[in-house]
Design a protein around this ligand. Sequence first.
Ligand SMILES: Nc1ncnc2c1ncn2[C@@H]1O[C@H](COP(=O)(O)OP(=O)(O)OP(=O)(O)O)[C@@H](O)[C@H]1O
Length: 624
Amino acid sequence: MSNNESTNVGPEEDEAGKRAVLSKLVSLMRKLAEQGIDAQSCPPGQRSGLICPTCEGGDSGEKNLTLYIYPDGSSAKWSCRRKCGLKGVVQVDGKLVSKDPIEKVERKITVEGIKLEPLCDEIQDFFAARAISVKTLERNRVMQKRIGDEIMIAFAYWQRGELVSCKYRSLTKKFVQERNTRKILYGLDDIEKTSEIIIVEGEIDKLAMEEAGFLNCVSVADGAPVTVSSKEIPSEDKDTAFKYIWNCNDYLKKVSRIVLATDGDGPGQALAEELARRLGKERCWLVKWPKKSEDEHFKDANEVLMSKGPHLLKEAILNAEPYPIQGLFPFKDFFDEIDAYYHRTHGHEYGVSTGWKNLDNFYSVVPGELTVVTGIPNSGKSEWIDAMLCNLNHSVGWKFAFCSMENKVRDHGRKLLEKHVKKPFFDADYGRTVQRMSAEELDEGKQWLNDTFYLIRCEMDSLPSIEWVLERAKAAVLRYGIRGLVIDPYNELDHQRTPRQTETEYVSQMLTKIKRFSQHHSCHVWFVAHPKQLQHWDGSAPNLYDISGSAHFINKCDNGIIVHRNRDAKAGPLDLVQIGVRKVRNKVAGQIGDAYLCYDRATGLYSDSPVTPEIPERRPSNRY
Ligand SMILES: Nc1ncnc2c1ncn2[C@@H]1O[C@H](COP(=O)(O)OP(=O)(O)OP(=O)(O)O)[C@@H](O)[C@H]1O
């Protein structure tokens, strides 16, 4: 109403209007009271919270019913925020428009009303053939009904002494259900006082369970879905296929252990999954039916009872396994792997020797691990890794992928060929002592290069991201069967961080990705990282903590190695190389310590050094 209109209304008319609204409100309150809603204290024009007359606010008795009375007193609407489904609208001059699905569909039935009869001999024989006793049939009040000229088994659905619904099954396996009755679980009263229950897929399976001594069993009311739904679980009022679960929630919510003994076929397992999704997987166990033959399992409880008897059925139920929860495993799921490890059937369980006896005690190469290699510039990190890969290829035939952005391909090829052929590529100064490799040796070497190494190179101007590199490495595992990946060096990758990400967080996440790749593909990764600019460097070997970027390199790697070479003729031979193993997570693979190798400039090969001199380390640390 506009301001103009309100000023035009006289005091008498105003009073008459108020009286009309009041009279409508009185009628409305009466109509609401008929619905069990006491709206006496609810002012019109605003939402009020009341206790729902259907669900009574659950155990906590909360005021979940929202009632709204229109300001003119002409009508009111309500809905319950709990999942009882009560909704409705009432008009003073019109009828109740109830939206309550239960009100609409629920029919009250009785044994006499739906004309149930005691079981005839034929049906008793049918059950006897299925190993179901008369005693069990009687306790479950299984009856029969004539529909047309057919006699059907009547499975009565009781709840606290009241007949709620009835399902009929002909001997030829046709099913009919009493229409417009409330859907509940079959045998519901049997689980009222138990904390452990069994859910089966059919009424006859419920009876079979009783023969095996389990009374605490219910059957679903409807059959099984064909597959598991890919959608979220619908809200209670829309979850029509599983209405029987929601309707029995008061019984089910008290239960701590639920054994799902649905059929072993696809739909039966889909039903188990749908039930577990609704009931909570953490309190569900799953039955695996025993074997029927070499490659077939029994389908359900009744089949096991008929073929193997009550003891085996009982055993199957007692052997139910915890329902699988994604990401949560019992240790026994890994026993095959542990056995294979113990018997060393996969190979390389102790790690593969790098090819140098001096290093065998400290470091060997285990598939699926991450080794971080550091050392000051020009210390020979790349040379040593290349030499090791050549050794690994010669000893166990492994293949590798290189992501080494600093190397020109032809230079890298030259260095690898020299190690393989054991001769210099050129007859330049560095190799004058040994004869140059022949053209034939080059050809054979090229073939070996091609069969052994794969190159991950970003042809674009931009630097590759770690994800980009790992994607190609994965392809190399699948296509060529590589067993190792070298990323050399770390600072040649694109390290764009999100605005809020610290370098530490970034490094941690990057290394997690690398480790996941290496473990998943059983592929060893060597990751070369440079140390920070060392101030006042005295020529000694750096420490793992000197790696530029973050301490995560040391924390996350399985092995940490420092390559260092002597550049002081007074301190020892100039070809002497120190391989400092500073971290070994897996004691099977090695231990902390130093090995000394000799470097041959002509061929780029390393050999075991006969001497083990003391080369002082910068900032000695007892951490690694
Ligand atoms: N012990 C050694 N004695 C003499 N020269 C060596 C020795 N080790 C490596 N070199 C030479 O040093 C050069 C650099 O080696 P390499 O590229 O492997 O070092 P790096 O530590 O990986 O260097 P950067 O950190 O710059 O990548 C190569 O020419 C190699 O032949």
